[in-house]
Design a protein around this ligand. Structure first.
Ligand SMILES: Cc1ncc(COP(=O)(O)O)c(C=O)c1O
Length: 386
């Protein structure tokens, strides 16, 4: 019987062992053994899919990637030790010396560092394009452009990129279209529907959802993921089987968790939008979001994050963090516990004001990751801190 996506996700599992366990076991092993030399030879000759070594494959990791394929509607996947290793593997597998990468300007800080500090060492050039003005994107494509990379919604400013428009552009110019879908999750947005060739996640965030493990994953066609597999098999950014086992269990509750995170975030956004201490507030499903029409077109829900600008700038951002009584002050997001962050004094504190403004990090910008606490408690803490 054909199952709905979430039922299929929950029912996707590795083969039961002879113990007939109901929940999938953890294969905490670095390698796998063979009955005889011929079986071992055949596995090493890639004549079958037998597991050899957990840097290449492992049943617990396979279950996590199979479940992510169901969620994202992709053929194949490779799981990595962190979101950043997923980003790095995607770049280094498909880009070589002399190639050019086109990326939206507002991206996660470490991805920005990889693009501007590490890729140039390998002779890979880039151009940044603004999230809001897609007319500049086609002009920025060069004869040696190989890939378009976007994050939407962006971190931390929650700007949106029209996936349909960029997907068509990538197709027209025969470029690999790579989307970091970390903020929206596959419950909130399916980039493959808009032509994404690769979808990346930091599983550390909403996919785990409880702030326990680091992880990442890249999803795409069998052909593209095989290339990623060959790159990772030799370079070694494999996900730990233990983390994969944790993440696989977390995915079973992803939809119900995201429903609550999202409704809490939407409620906070509605209640805080007109607060006198705030000059603007952004949430994709609020009509006041400058790209509300794009949000409605490509997102299934508005997600679990909102951000706002405090009127008093940098100093009021620091004061706001100090005043919080319940919300956590931590670098993560996508946790059961609500989190507040002030990028200008923390993650982006080493950049100059000008550099921060170039990636839309304004002095009083606060990002809230809505947790699963009662919405009135989250609101009350934010309001008293304001
Ligand atoms: C959008 C986005 N992509 C990638 C990453 C990197 O993920 P990880 O910390 O798991 O390496 C992050 C981390 O915050 C992120 O927010």
């Amino acid at each position: 019987m054909p199952l709905h996506r979430i039922s299929k996700l929950i029912r996707t599992r590795i083969k039961q062992t002879e113990e007939m366990e109901h929940s999938s076991p953890l294969f905490l092993t670095s390698s796998f053994s063979f009955d005889n030399a011929e079986e071992m030879r055949a596995a090493f000759a890639d004549e079958n899919d037998d597991n050899i070594y957990s840097r290449f494959s492992n049943p617990s990791i396979q279950e996590f990637t199979d479940r992510m394929c169901v969620l994202e509607g992709m053929e194949s996947g490779f799981a990595t030790a962190s979101g950043m290793s997923a980003v790095f593997a995607s770049f280094l597998t498909f880009l070589k010396k002399g190639d050019h990468l086109l990326s939206c300007r507002s991206i996660f800080g470490s991805t920005h560092s990889v693009i501007t500090k590490i890729l140039p060492k390998y002779g890979i050039d880039h151009s940044y394009t603004p999230a809001g003005d897609l007319s500049k994107w086609e002009e920025a494509i060069q004869p040696n452009t190989r890939m378009i990379f976007v994050e939407t919604p962006t971190n931390p400013g929650l700007d949106l990129i029209d996936l349909e428009v960029v997907g068509k552009l990538a197709k027209k110019h025969n470029l690999i279209f790579c989307v970091d879908n970390c903020f929206a999750t596959p419950i909130g947005q399916l980039p493959a529907k808009f032509g994404a060739d690769l979808v990346i996640h930091s599983a550390t965030k909403w996919l785990d959802g409880q702030g326990r493990v680091l992880g990442g994953v890249v999803l795409g066609s069998k052909k593209l993921i095989h290339d990623i597999y060959l790159f990772c098999r030799s370079t070694g950014p494999a996900l730990s089987p233990f983390n994969a086992w944790i993440l696989s269990r977390s995915l079973e509750t992803l939809e119900v968790r995201m429903e609550r995170h999202t409704s809490n975030a939407f409620y906070l956004a509605q209640q805080l939008e007109k607060h006198p201490a705030i000059s603007w507030l952004k949430y994709p499903f609020l009509e006041s979001h400058p790209q509300y029409a794009i949000a409605r077109k490509q997102m299934i829900n508005g997600g679990g994050l909102l951000c706002f600008e405090l009127k008093g700038g940098l100093e009021s951002g620091r004061k706001f963090l100090d005043n919080l009584k319940m919300l956590s002050r931590t670098a993560n997001l996508g946790d059961t516990r609500s989190i507040a962050s002030h990028p200008a004094s923390t993650t982006h504190g080493k950049l100059s004001e000008e550099e921060r403004m170039s990636v839309n990090i304004t002095p009083g910008l606060i990002r809230i990751s809505a947790g699963l606490e009662h919405r009135e408690d989250i609101l009350e803490d934010i309001v008293q801190a304001l």
